[in-house]
Structure formats: C-alpha cells, structure tokens
Design a protein around this ligand. Structure first.
Ligand code: BGC
Length: 882
C-alpha cells in the first residue's frame, strides 16, 4: 500500500488494527456491517469479509454454527468472487442464541485456503418474539420537555446457581442510562437514539455478566426526556409531537450454568423514586443539564421513597439496534484558559466540536453553583458568542456536593462548542481541571486525503469535523442551536462524501428505515427524518431534500453493494416520485414549495426549474435502481417519465441560446442531470464558465444544491483547471475563505463570518454544518480518481486528474474489498503516480498522461482499456500536453 507518505493530521478514529499480520485469507468478518453484534435480529443476516494475501477468489464457503452446538448453515462451495452482502440461507435462527461463523475461500488457482481465524459471532435477541417478561414502565404521566429525569430501581437476589451469561435488553421513550451494582452499563450514550417513534424504537443489548455478584444486586435506571420529549419535537411541527409518556422497558436475562434461565423484567416490580429528587434536576437536549451533586444516592434513598412503578403500554414496535452507537470518541484538553473581567473564565479547545465538558472541582464547596455556557465563537471583545444558538440555552449548571474532589460530565446533554464560559468556579481554573469530551456515532475512519496545499488539507479536516459533529445517532444539520434535526437535503448532498470518510452503512441504513417510516400518506418524503410531524402540512415534497429517499439508498448500493435496501424501499421511492409528478394537477413544470438552492448568496434559481430538474434526475435514478434489482418493466416506465420531464424542462427553461435562467445552479442541474439537447451543452458550459471566471472573478454563487455539482460538472466538461482554480481561491465566497478565517469545521453560510460584515444572519448561522463539506467527494473521485462504482469496489476505476495547481496529492479509501490508494506527485517534467489495487478486485485505469516506459507487470492494455490486477504500482508519466 502506498501510504508511507501519508501523514494524516487528523486521527479522529484509528483504523482497526490488522489482527493477524501473517494470516492469508478472509479478515474483517462482519454481520449486517457490525463486528460481533449482540441482539442482532435480522432473520437473514448478510455476511462480509475481505481478503489479505489472496489476490483472487474462485469460490467461497461460509459455516454458521450455534455456539457449542449444531451447524446451522454450510453454504457449501459457491463459485464466485463475492465477499460482500452474502445472505444467510440456513436453518431459521433462534432467539437469544449465539452463533459463530467462519469463512474459507479457494484462490484463483483453485487452492483451498485456511478457515478464517478471527473471532466471528453474532447473538440474536428477541428476533420478533414478544417481550413477554416485561411491561413498559412509566414515571410521571404526560410528556414534558423539562421533567427532572426519573430514577427507577430494582433490587434482586441471585440464586446460588452460577450465572453463565447475563444480557440486559433495554429501551425507552426518552433516553436512559442503567447502572448495575453502581457501574454504568455499556459505553454508549443517549440510548436508545432517535427513530421514528410513531412506529418504532430500538433496543440495546448489553453483556452484563461481569457486573453481577452473588446475593443482593441492584439495578438503577435513569430516564430523561431525550428526543422523545425534547423541544426538538416542537419546532418544524404543527404541535403534534410524539404522544406517549416517558417510559422504559427492559429485560435482564440470566442464563445459569445448569441450563436454566430467569428473566427480571420491567413492570410493577420496579420502583420509582418519589418525588424525582435525584441529582440530575433537568436535562434537555437544546438547553443542557442541571446537576446537584449533594443529592447523592445515599441522601435521596434516606429522604424519599421508592414506590411501585406504573406498568403501561405503548403501540410502538421495539426493533433491534441496527445502527451504530454514539460514544465518547476523544477527550481533548483546552488550548487556553483565560480569566475575564467579572471573574468568568473562557476556555478554548481550539476545535469546534460536538460533545460536552468534563471537569474536576476541588472542594468541598457544597452549594456552590458552576455555570458553563457553550459557544462556537467569541465576540470581538473576547466574550462568548451565543447569539447563533437562538433559543437553545446550551448551559450546564453544576451545584457542588460534599466531596473533596468531584468530577462531572453531563449525562443526557450534548452541545456544539469550541469555547466555554465558566462562572462560579471556586478558585482558579487550570487547564487540567477541564476537558472536552467529543461525542459522535462511532464509525471507523475509511478515507484520508492529503495534498501540497495546506489550506486544502485543513478544509478536508474541517469536513471530517463537520461529519463527526453531525453524526449523532442521526445525520443532523448542526449540533448547537435549537434545531439539530435530520434534514434530508443536507444528508442527500453529503452522504457520498461521508461514505468515503467513514464506514457508515449501518448508520445510514437505520436512518433510511426511519425516513421510509416517516413517508407521508401522499407519498412525500419529509424534509427532516425522523420527522416528529405526521401530517404533510409543513413537509411537502421538497426538491433536493426529499430526494434523499432515492439518493442515499443508491449510494449504499454503490459503496457497499447493498441491494436489499433498494428492494425494501423501491415501492416507496416510486410512490414519492408519483407524488411529485402528480403535484400541480399533474402539469409540468413541477411547482412545489421547497427550499430552492438554499443559502445561495445572490443568485436564486427558480423553484420550478430546480424541482423539474430534480424530478427528471430522480426518474433516471429510479430506472437504474429498478434495473439493479431486476424490476426491468418499472425501469422502462421510469425512463419514459424521465424523458417526459426532461422534455418539459427543455420546453420551459431553454431557448435558442441556452437556459432561460442564468445562474450557476441552473446550468449545473441541467448539465448534471443531462437535461439539455446536445447543441445547447457547449453553450451552457460556456455560460457557466463565463459566469464563474469573468462575471464573478473566480467565485461561486451557489447554495446547498448547486455547490456539490460545481467541481464535478466543470471537470466532466473539460474544465478541470478551472475547477482547481475555483476550489483553491481563498477569497469570499469560496470553500477556502472560512479556512483563512480560522474555521475548524464547515460553516453553514459562505458568509457566516466575514471580515467586512462580521457575523452573518443571527437567525441561522451555524459554524458546524456539514453540507458544504460535500466538496470532499471530489478529492477522492477526481483529484485522486477513486471512482464510485456500483458493486462495493469489486471492480472500480482509477482516473486521477492532477490539474496544474497542486504539486502532489494522495487519497486512501478503505473500500469493502480492501484499501485503495492513489498518490501522484510532480517530479520535474514528469508525474509519478503510485496506486494500489486490493486483493480480489480489478481496476480500470485511466492514465493521467503517457507512461515513460512499458506498463508494469499486472497491468494490461487491451483495445484501449487498461486494467490493473491486485498489487502496488508506481508509474512515471509525461503529463498531457495542454
Ligand atoms: C437547516 C438546514 C436545512 C434547512 C432547510 C435549516 O434550518 O439548518 O441545514 O437544510 O433549514 O431549508
């Protein structure tokens, strides 16, 4: 692999180490994208692995066995080269059962290799069987955003028999944390995450064997408002939030060594602390957490009562946790702590991020209250800038207890911040007293990029921080203000970049499931998902937003080979497009209400043009999706619709000389979706180039929908040098301008902050919004030339386009079949290109010049097609003449 020269400046998540350095054969064994999952309830799970030291696979064989028991599936030898998305086809899986699995391959010469060595198992949970031994259990009736988190307790005595294994299955309408014998269960936070609570909530499965003890045991569960009862349900809705009381459900399954089993389930045998006088006084996702440390367990157990909890019911399906957990990814020390007039402290972490603070107070100072406010920027006078948080209070209030040293981190809150303002701190605040805990959905990093331009490297890093900060169980727009919603447009434009940077199939599969559950009766996908508003009143089909319903599953199919997600949602995709096509009484152009080219600066494109272009583009995509899953008749229908809408687009938005609207975004949509007659293409390209280069002196004017298309469309139409020039210019508006202003994440607006105007529009001005980070897909696909394939990179294309502005650039992408790298460097008048092709794949090569000697072994050139087999290559080329 050509990674030696890569010295990535970010290490948000380390690559999982290669567990068997000398092993040749299948590694990285995954089930439903997860490593050894507990509570895996997919009846026909899909297996995947990749090969090391086996350049090609002729056949594969998988065996699945009940742990310590009978074989459940032996696939036998299957003659193909697939190593992804292999569907289980054995005996019906049984609930609460551990299965172990292994895989073996024959290489290209037919030699049988060793069985995989990696520990590989999955354990089923309920698998569709009812939660028979528990009831939903509620606290105070009535939903409320600000009820103090409630504490439930269950004490139990373990019989003398030895516990072989113990599993806790738990979920809540709210968010919860469980402690078993005073130890917090699991390392995930904000469980059970946010799903479409009108239909489903996910449960978590924990191995708690090691937390149990002989004799008396205690289980405490704290239940807070979370997303189910938070203020997030009151914005972008007409007030119809989720309707259930806050409640939880859990079952502790004890498996004894003698083969017997006992279940301790939630219900009236659980007791509730009455009144709710635990230490967490308030926890609201937008507003923050209030904690009074003197309210210790010992104290409240003495002064309050535990009364039987209320068993209740909820018509919500409990499903397995198919997504990825939110965890603490990093702890970062401050880069500066400064005292301000009035005795407040300003703490700077040097990085805008999502998470919360952890501090240690030296006391005792019972009753003293420390107030921590969170902000992304400072005002010119050095005070904390919070105007952009809108109504979000985003404040931690901590009241000290009696201990000489107290360490605290909020339990159910998260904030978007780089700076803290701390008042009430007893004594002097030192750097070592406080840290920022970075929270994010925990996904392994799969993409790195680095080049000769430091500002571009920082832009890539900012994209990564935008991603980490906005992947918090769902893909959000921003982490700081009173919003933090799963805006579909932001996801639609960003998911290709995201799936280069991190391994995100489980994360997005969960989100797509909820997006489909949230589909409105009229077929519209909502603008936010999960959508706390069931009616279509304020979420009509929104061009570029609702289309996430097609774009995201297609991306998962291309990147990870996931056909199932296309099959599962295909009919809903069709229903959505029928809804758009039928709007406006079926007349074209499409006239729906939507967000347009959101946040473009001064060049709005009309909504009918955008919606009509998207509808034509989405029918083209639907046709590809239908073909991919073998629904060819529907593919034909979709193509006819695409042609009809394209013709209407031409009729409504073109004339003899080009487009009737002169914006960059109009040209980009028309070119990207191939909507123009051939004779107009050069004219529209010329107009686009003229507007960027001459009218706007190398500046963009695009918003959320136009921006991601700029560089790909320019490169595709022969203007790769202009694309580089546009990318690399540093003045406002452009991608690098915020970087020159010290940005450490992606900003929501081109003018979130300008030297001339100061802070941008207060009402919507996030400094941590990932949408414009979509530009990074171009770094992988064009600068390094690692194309997006349609089969999980089993066969892919390498076609770097070096342009003339960079001296060197390199990207590594850990594809499902293995690491692909592409690195080029100018050496005098030549270009040196090093690349690697993983085992069991082939790459079509488009050379970025003329090789100065015959191509190395492993690369063949036939009828103008150059193909590389697995291996590491280094080629020196003469760059093309300009
Ligand atoms: C969000 C965006 C979103 C938009 C829809 C905003 O408030 O922050 O990112 O896509 O609304 O117009």
């Amino acid at each position: 692999m050509v990674t030696a020269a890569l010295s990535p400046t970010i290490h948000l998540v380390e690559q999982p180490p290669m567990s068997h350095p000398h092993f040749h054969g299948p590694v990285q064994l995954r089930v439903e994208y997860l490593q050894n999952p507990l509570g895996m309830d997919e009846p026909r799970p899909r297996f995947s692995y990749r090969l090391v030291g086996v350049p090609s696979q002729r056949a594969r064989r998988i065996q699945v066995r009940e742990a310590g028991g009978a074989l459940a599936w032996d696939s036998g030898w299957i003659e193909d080269a697939l190593s992804q998305q292999i569907e289980y086809d054995g005996d019906a899986l049984r609930p609460f059962t551990r299965y172990e699995w292994r895989v073996q391959v024959k290489d290209g010469a037919g030699r049988i290799g060793a069985w995989s060595e990696e520990e590989a198992w999955f354990e089923t949970g309920f698998l569709g069987t009812p939660w028979a031994d528990s009831a939903w259990t509620a606290g105070t009736p009535g939903p409320s955003a600000s009820f103090p988190p409630q504490i439930f307790r269950r004490r139990f005595t373990l019989p003398r028999r030895k516990v072989r294994a113990a599993r806790l299955y738990a979920t809540a309408l709210g968010v919860y944390q469980v402690e078993l014998n005073d130890q917090v269960v699991g390392d995930d936070v904000l469980a059970p995450g946010w799903t479409d609570y009108f239909h489903r909530v996910q449960y978590q499965a924990y191995d708690v064997t090691a937390l149990l003890k002989p004799g008396e045991n205690s289980l405490y569960l704290t239940l807070a408002a979370g997303w189910h009862h938070g203020r997030n349900t009151q914005i972008w809705t007409v007030g119809t939030a989720y309707r259930h009381d806050a409640m939880f459900r859990c079952e502790l399954h004890l498996h004894f060594a003698d083969g017997t089993r006992q279940v301790i389930g939630s219900g009236p045998d659980f007791n509730r602390l009455e009144p709710a006088c635990g230490p967490i006084r308030k926890s609201e996702l937008y507003d923050g957490e209030a904690y009074e440390a003197w309210r210790t367990r010992k104290w409240y157990e003495a002064v309050a009562h535990f009364t039987p909890a209320r068993a209740t019911d909820a018509d919500v399906a409990i499903t397995w946790n198919s997504g990825a957990p939110v965890r603490r990814l990093q702890t970062r020390p401050p880069v500066a702590v400064a005292r301000r007039p009035g005795g407040v402290w300003i703490v700077d972490f040097g990085q805008n991020l999502t998470g919360r603070e952890r501090f240690t107070v030296h006391g005792p100072c019972r009753g003293a209250t420390i107030v921590v406010r969170h902000g992304e920027m400072l005002n010119p006078d050095g005070s904390l800038y919070t105007a952009n948080l809108r109504s979000a209070d985003a404040t931690t209030r901590y009241t000290c207890g009696d201990d000489a040293e107290e360490t605290y981190e909020p339990v159910f809150a998260f904030y978007g911040f780089r700076y803290l303002e701390i008042s009430g701190w007893p004594g002097r605040l030192r750097k070592r007293d406080i840290a920022a805990v970075v929270l994010s959905t925990d996904l392994p990093r799969t993409g790195l990029f680095q080049c000769s331009e430091p500002l571009l490297n920082r832009l890539f890093e900012n994209t990564g921080w935008g991603l980490r900060s906005n992947f918090l169980d769902i893909p959000t727009d921003c982490p700081q203000r009173d919003e933090r919603l799963g805006w579909t447009g932001d996801t639609q434009v960003f998911c290709n970049t995201a799936t280069f940077c991190v391994h995100a199939p489980a994360f997005y599969t969960k989100w797509v499931t909820d997006l489909n559950l949230c589909q409105k009766d009229n077929g519209a996908y909502p603008a936010v998902s999960p959508c706390p508003e069931p009616s279509s009143a304020i979420h009509p089909p929104a061009a570029g937003w609702s289309d996430a319903g097609l774009v995201v599953p297609w991306n998962l199919y291309c990147k990870y080979g996931d056909r199932r997600i296309l099959e599962r949602h295909f009919d809903q995709m069709r229903a959505y497009l029928a809804c758009v096509r039928g709007s406006n009484g079926g007349r074209l152009p499409v006239e729906t209400a939507h967000y347009g080219d959101w946040l473009n600066l001064d060049a709005p494109t009309s909504k009918p043009l955008i919606a009509t272009a998207y509808l034509a583009g989405m029918y083209q995509l639907l046709a590809r999706i239908a073909d991919a899953i073998g629904r060819h008749a529907e593919a034909g229908d979709a193509r006819r619709h695409a042609a009809e809408v394209r013709d209407a687009f031409r009729k409504c938005f073109t004339d003899r000389d080009g487009l009737t609207e002169a914006t960059q975004t109009a040209a980009l949509l028309a070119l990207h979706f191939d909507l123009l007659p051939a004779r107009l293409v050069p004219k529209v390209v010329a107009a686009l180039v003229h507007d960027i280069r001459d009218n706007r002196s190398l500046h963009l004017s695009t918003g959320f929908l136009g921006t991601p298309l700029l560089l790909p469309v320019l490169a595709r139409h022969g203007h790769v040098d202009l694309a580089y020039d546009l990318l690399l210019q540093t003045t406002y508006p452009g991608w690098l301008y915020p970087v020159t202003q010290g940005a450490t994440t992606m900003w929501e607006r081109w003018n979130s902050f300008t030297l001339d105007g100061g802070f941008g529009d207060l009402h919507m001005n996030s400094f941590n919004h990932y949408a414009y980070g979509a530009v990074a897909e171009w770094f992988f696909e064009t600068i390094a030339g690692i194309s997006a394939p349609v089969d999980a990179y089993h066969h892919f294309t390498l076609a770097p386009q070096p342009g003339r502005r960079l001296e060197h650039a390199q990207a590594v992408f850990l594809s499902p079949y293995g690491p692909i790298s592409s690195a080029w460097r100018r050496v005098k008048d030549r270009l040196q290109w090093d690349f690697s092709v993983p085992d069991n794949t082939t790459a079509a090569i488009v050379l970025p010049g003329t090789p100065d000697r015959p191509l190395p072994k492993g690369i063949t050139s036939r009828n103008g097609t150059v193909t590389a087999t697995p291996g590491d290559y280094s080629i020196t080329l003469f760059p093309p003449e300009k």
